[in-house]
Ligand binder design. Sequence first.
Ligand code: THU
Length: 126
Amino acid sequence: MTHDMLLALAKEALKNAYAPYSRFTVGAALLCTDGTVYTGCNIENAAFSPTVCAERVAFFKAVSDGKRDFTAIAIVNGNGTPCSPCGVCRQVMAEFCAPDFTVVLENNGAPAAYPLAELLPHSFAL
Ligand code: THU
């Protein structure tokens, strides 16, 4: 699974985004180490705080299916600019992923990859 392929799956997931309040649509595609892919989109709510980001939808779908080992996640938004994950999603990634887990964004049509350790150094842990 190339980074380009994972970005393409994230773009497909973007089509299901429910973002009537922000109009900022996001899609994510999470690659498990066993090769399976879980997608997610952002899902907003009139009360705002129940809104869930695309990345967490993908992670929670996978974890609730029993997946625990992850390789990479691709994230895109509807306006084509790089979509760096929010702090809450980074912490969720840190819960389940090794420091070398790869976050793939799209920058000017090309994949840009970052290790999780670079995006969230000193993550919280119990
Ligand atoms: N959002 C995501 O889905 N992922 C991110 O990494 C950043 C933000 C969503 C949440 C909300 O629906 C909209 O984008 C604007 O914040």
